[in-house]
Write a protein that binds this ligand. Structure first.
Ligand code: FE2
Ligand code: FE2
Length: 169
């Protein structure tokens, strides 16, 4: 059994996954379950708390957009892509929920397009904004765990950016 040190979720398999199947964190964060160090009980200073709250909003909003696009986009592969992306962003929201010690994740209600190309462009814009903000938040944080999560999510959102870039060519 394997466990992701970013989201804390366990994975059963002969070999570790290349990316956490839940939050998309890269291989270096996936450890043998009994050795994984997962901590959500962190002291947040004002800056980290504000950044974590904003990150939660970003993830909730992006998850809602992707789940909308998974239903409405006019392309079969696009439907699957947006569903997969929605699940990852939902998991990111849940990480911030745990860090912020909230009872539940708020519901997003972002709209989307029927045009797959427009949804890909919107995805590209959203991921670009998330990456910029997370890079800044990682640099600003003095807390090792908060920094680690922001850095891991910069990598994951960069993977997402590549998916829309490939399809928009
Ligand atoms: Fe995300
Ligand atoms: Fe993303």
């Amino acid at each position: 059994m394997w466990r992701c040190e970013i989201c804390g979720d366990p994975y059963i398999g002969e070999n570790p996954p290349d990316n956490c199947p839940f939050c998309g964190a890269h291989r270096k964060y996936v450890k043998e379950a009994k050795e994984a160090k997962v901590n959500f009980d962190v002291e947040l200073n004002e800056k980290d708390k504000a950044n974590a709250e904003r990150a939660l909003q970003v993830e909730v909003s992006n998850a809602a957009f992707y789940f909308c696009a998974a239903e409405k986009t006019d392309d079969d592969e696009g439907k699957l892509l947006f569903k997969a992306l929605g699940k990852v962003e939902e998991e990111h929201a849940s990480v911030w929920k745990k860090i912020l010690k909230l009872e539940s994740v708020p519901q997003g209600k972002d709209p989307c397009y029927t045009s797959n190309r427009k949804n890909l462009e919107e995805s590209h814009a959203r991921e670009t904004r998330a990456i910029e903000f997370y890079k800044k938040a990682a640099a600003e944080s003095e807390n090792e765990r908060v920094k680690q999560i922001f850095e891991a999510f910069v990598e994951v959102e960069t993977d997402h950016l590549k998916l829309s870039e490939e399809r928009l060519q």
